[in-house]
Design a protein around this ligand. Structure first.
Ligand code: SAM
Length: 282
């Protein structure tokens, strides 16, 4: 039997949740997706966006598999190996049941995803897939963006409000630090929004699935730290002109004039490339 056929022999996700008495814990950001149609759609649309047939050449990492809906959908696409990282021991037991059927193709790490460095595990091509725990989603994204050259794609579900900020264009109210770093480093495509009623328990807000693909070989550590520094200062005082908010960091008047950037602009009026140009001059 191939992996996809093995997944079809598993009890339904609902039966799995019932058998393990898996009541969602708010502290772990648990909102489960128990509909295989939706998890399959996420993975198929992500593969399509990448022009890929399946994951047969790839190493995939999943943060927070929970009861295993997305896990089943990834395994059905035949990865070289799927590594799951989960903090909830109840979900680790569910993963162990799946492992007893698929063997070494599934690696289980019991622990905190914030302490793992996927960029150093296995080999390329690496992909990250996750319905992210909402309380640590932005922290995890920033960490992965900093080593984006190690990954071929990241298929991630966020609260819609966070996804809107990631996708936001210059001169809009949602535009900020997370839009700039994401768009400088990746092509970000929206797959679709998901209604709260699709989750158990239903959250109050909609979710959105995004696919990130690296645009180039990444930025240097210095470029990233400079971008973090200037975007923190510029968006910390969003209404101020950047020639004022960045005064303490650099000889900003000279830099703006040299780059031909208007010295009366506010942070949200500068595009991601202009932030990179300023970062390269400090
Ligand atoms: N993937 C499952 C799904 O779609 O139904 C569960 C998604 S749920 C939104 C987030 C999952 O992340 C939960 O299973 C939770 O236990 C796990 N989690 C929360 N914090 C974590 C952390 N720091 N490291 C690893 N997993 C974590």
């Amino acid at each position: 039997m191939n992996l996809s056929e093995i997944m079809d022999t598993l009890p339904s996700l609902k039966a799995t949740v019932d058998a393990y008495g898996l009541m969602a814990k708010k502290s772990l950001g648990q909102n489960f997706l128990l509909d295989r149609n939706i998890t399959d759609k996420i993975i198929k649309m992500s593969l399509d966006a990448q022009g890929k047939k399946d994951f047969s050449d790839d190493y995939v990492f999943e943060v927070g598999p929970g009861p295993g809906g997305l896990t089943r959908s990834v395994l059905s696409q035949n990865p070289k190996k799927l590594t799951v990282i989960e903090m909830d021991e109840r979900c680790i037991k569910i993963m162990e049941d799946i492992k007893s059927k698929v063997g070494d193709r599934l690696e289980i790490i019991s622990g905190d995803a914030m302490k793992q460095n996927f960029a150093l595990m296995d080999a390329k091509p690496r992909h990250i897939v996750s319905n992210l725990p909402y309380n640590i989603s932005v922290h995890l994204l920033f960490g992965w963006l900093k080593s984006i050259e190690a990954f071929n794609s990241m298929t991630l579900m966020f609260q819609k409000e966070v996804a809107d900020r990631i996708l936001a264009k210059t001169s809009t109210k949602d535009y900020g630090r997370i839009s700039i770093l994401s768009q400088l480093l990746c092509k970000v495509d929206k797959l679709f929004d998901i209604n709260p009623n699709c989750f158990v328990p239903a959250p109050k807000i909609w979710s959105t699935v995004l696919v990130f693909r690296p645009l180039h070989s990444g930025l240097t550590e210095k470029q990233i730290s400079n971008i973090e520094k200037i975007t923190a200062a510029a968006f910390g005082q969003r209404r101020k002109m950047i020639r004022h908010s960045l005064k303490s960091i650099a000889n900003i008047d000279e830099i703006l004039s040299c780059l031909n950037i208007g010295n009366n602009l506010r942070a949200e009026e500068l595009n991601p490339l202009q932030f990179l140009q300023i970062a390269d001059k400090i």
